[in-house]
Ligand binder design. Structure first.
Ligand SMILES: Cc1ncc(COP(=O)(O)O)c(C=O)c1O
Length: 403
């Protein structure tokens, strides 16, 4: 056994609570039980044929590196796409964009661009867990503003402002939110952007779910901070093909900023890792030609699923907020240890040969003890499966209580 020791960063890196139950779920599936995976935001909608075709059409003899900030062609197409199909009114320059290995790397670069070890980013909890994962890698502290399920996980800009300290370097917020589904209005974005401008801190706005908003006219996208002039020097937008085009495996994302210093710093980080994937960028460019009708169908499907899930859960007596976007529900359950419940549900409970894997929400909070009775459900499965999952959960909750 080696006596080499790991860094504290390595040994204390938080494990993903989203993937925590994967081993138990695998063992359950190997025993022949069907596991419905509501724990992970892996869209099941088929990837658009334009993207798949772009992979098939790749015939270069050498699979070469791409430029560190991505192909100029892709950046130009993205800059043109935002006002054309992306629901952003203000124009963008191709040089406002740095292509990354998924939105994940855009997040890593963005936090690294604005915060040093010991600095702080402000997040709203429950938050997307990798905000903490990447901050940990960078030695950056995560400071939470707590949202409440009873309040529908509404984001209150005044509470965010009150939490800013001398060490705060950025506010990191998703819209629509993961795990909450909360959608920020243009007014809320303007308010948060103004706070950032007044307090001279950055606004890292994670917009990877912006295409998925419900109860709005077809074709509507969630408001973008890119349309807030006050944010021009402060905003860094995180974006990605993963959720928009059901193309998580392409690993193409990008950050958008009109702040040239941030862009330069992100480019230097990009140079250190040489290049984002080459072929996947061709596929990402092809995706920009996906017609609006595709989005309308996908949005209608997710909205139906959300309705089926929310109504089903309310039907079994649960108090469930109605989120406005993304494809997640964060809900309290009538239990006191969601980690133990979720692990038992997927590992030891079944109904007619089927069970459900949920993500316990405690790992989405910074404040100890919070989220201990909450779970996240991703509605990335067919409508009839969602109905079945509600039945399984209902039976599971009763069996858990009686055991
Ligand atoms: C809120 C949020 N931001 C960013 C990402 C990163 O996605 P990717 O790296 O696949 O683009 C995810 C993935 O689940 C997410 O939920």
């Amino acid at each position: 056994m080696s006596t080499c020791t790991l860094s504290r960063r390595g040994s204390e890196a938080p494990a993903s609570p989203i993937r925590a139950l994967a081993g138990i779920a695998r063992a359950t599936a190997q025993r022949g039980t069907t596991v419905h995976a509501l724990n992970i935001g892996q869209p099941d909608i088929p990837t658009p044929p334009q993207m798949i075709q772009a992979y098939r059409d790749f015939h270069d003899e050498v699979l070469a590196y791409a430029p560190s900030d991505g192909f100029e062609d892709l950046r130009a197409s993205l800059a043109a796409w935002y006002p054309r199909g992306g629901g952003v009114a203000r124009s963008l320059d191709p040089d406002d964009i740095v292509v990354t290995t998924g939105g994940s790397e855009a997040l890593l670069f963005a936090i690294a661009c604005v915060a040093d070890p010991g600095d702080e980013i402000l997040v709203c909890e429950p938050y997307y867990t990798n905000y903490a994962g990447f901050s940990h890698m960078l030695g950056v502290e995560v400071s939470p503003v707590t949202l409440s399920a009873a309040d529908g996980f509404t984001v209150h800009p005044d509470k965010i402002e009150a939490a800013i300290t001398g060490r705060t370097r950025a506010i990191v917020l998703p819209t629509p939110g993961n795990p909450t589904g909360t959608v920020l209005s243009a007014e809320e974005l303007a308010q948060i952007a103004s706070i950032c401008a007044e307090r001279d801190i950055f606004f890292i706005c994670d917009e990877v779910y912006r295409d998925f908003v419900y109860d709005v006219p077809p074709g509507t996208r969630a408001a973008s901070v890119l349309d807030q002039p006050v944010a021009d020097e402060y905003a860094i937008v995180i974006d990605s093909v993963s959720k928009r085009y059901s193309a998580c495996g392409a690993r193409v994302g990008w950050l958008v900023t009109r702040n040239s210093e941030v862009r330069e710093a992100a480019l230097r980080f990009g140079q250190a890792r040489l290049s984002p994937a080459t072929v996947d960028q061709y596929a990402a460019k092809a995706a920009l030609d996906v017609p609006e009708s595709w989005f309308r169908d996908v949005n209608a499907e997710y909205q139906n699923r959300r309705n089926i899930l929310v109504e089903g859960l309310r039907g079994i007596g649960l108090d469930v907020p109605m989120p406005g976007g993304a494809f997640y529900l964060a809900i309290p359950l009538p239990i006191d240890d969601a980690d133990a419940f979720c692990s038992w549900l997927v590992g030891s409970f079944e109904l007619g040969g089927e069970t459900v894997c949920l993500a316990p929400l405690s790992g989405f909070y910074r404040t100890p003890g919070l989220g201990s009775n909450e779970v996240r459900m991703a509605y990335c499965v067919q409508q009839d499966v969602l109905t079945q999952c509600v039945t399984i959960l209902d039976a599971g909750l009763k069996a858990w209580k009686d055991r």
